[in-house]
Design a protein around this ligand. Structure first.
Ligand SMILES: CC(C)(COP(=O)(O)OP(=O)(O)OC[C@H]1O[C@@H](n2cnc3c(N)ncnc32)[C@H](O)[C@@H]1OP(=O)(O)O)[C@@H](O)C(=O)NCCC(=O)NCCS
Length: 165
């Protein structure tokens, strides 16, 4: 990727421009911040261990975008691509930064870059009892295509959600 794009200011809608949000790629120094954010964003049994988070961050074909406002990390998204298939691994927005367009900005960036890499279909999993996330994904055009029973360590089921770009 062109290094200049790593810190490009995100200005795709007036609300998001008002955020003064910057989206950049993950840097190793972000690790502990992202880990702590994931612990806050998800309940025990769904939140990642340090080891699992590190594995996703380092996975072949994976990209992590970090949303930064006034030098504070507001959220992050991990996705990976395999040919024409994209997969959103996780999307985390700090509880204090929600409903301000941060998650939408991260998804828009990830989808745009995946589409540019030839991805046609994006999939993800989200817990069947995570109503805010389901509403969020539906707003972004994702539809439940199936259920994975006892998908998470705490045995909660997950919706398999899919979007054609
Ligand atoms: C789901 C999550 C990523 C949304 O991030 P966000 O930055 O608050 O989302 P946005 O501000 O871009 O919201 C976009 C739209 O999604 C919908 N939405 C988001 N949060 C919602 C909520 N709590 N209740 C209902 N709708 C919601 C709304 O339609 C919203 O538009 P609006 O604010 O104009 O009504 C965030 O709540 C989060 O990190 N939750 C914990 C982790 C998680 O569940 N991640 C997703 C599962 S993989």
């Amino acid at each position: 990727m062109d290094p200049a794009r790593r810190f490009s200011r995100y200005t795709e809608s007036p609300r998001e421009a008002a955020l003064q949000l910057q989206l950049r790629l993950y840097q190793p120094g972000d690790f502990e911040t992202l880990y702590q954010m994931d612990q806050v964003c998800y309940e025990r049994g769904i939140a990642y261990s340090r080891r699992t988070l590190r594995e996703f961050l380092q996975m072949s074909g994976a990209t992590t975008w970090v949303a930064v406002e006034a030098e504070d990390v507001a959220g992050f998204l991990i996705a990976f691509c395999e040919a024409s298939q994209g997969h959103i691994v996780t999307l985390d927005v700090s509880p204090t930064e929600r409903r301000r367009g941060v998650g939408s900005a991260l998804v828009a960036r990830a989808e745009r870059e995946m589409a540019g890499a030839g991805v046609r279909v994006v999939e993800l999993e989200t817990a069947v009892d995570n109503a805010p996330a389901i509403l969020f994904w539906q707003k972004h055009g994702y539809r439940a295509a199936g259920i994975y029973r006892r998908y998470y360590r705490n045995r909660t089921d997950a919706f398999w959600m899919v979007k054609t770009l």
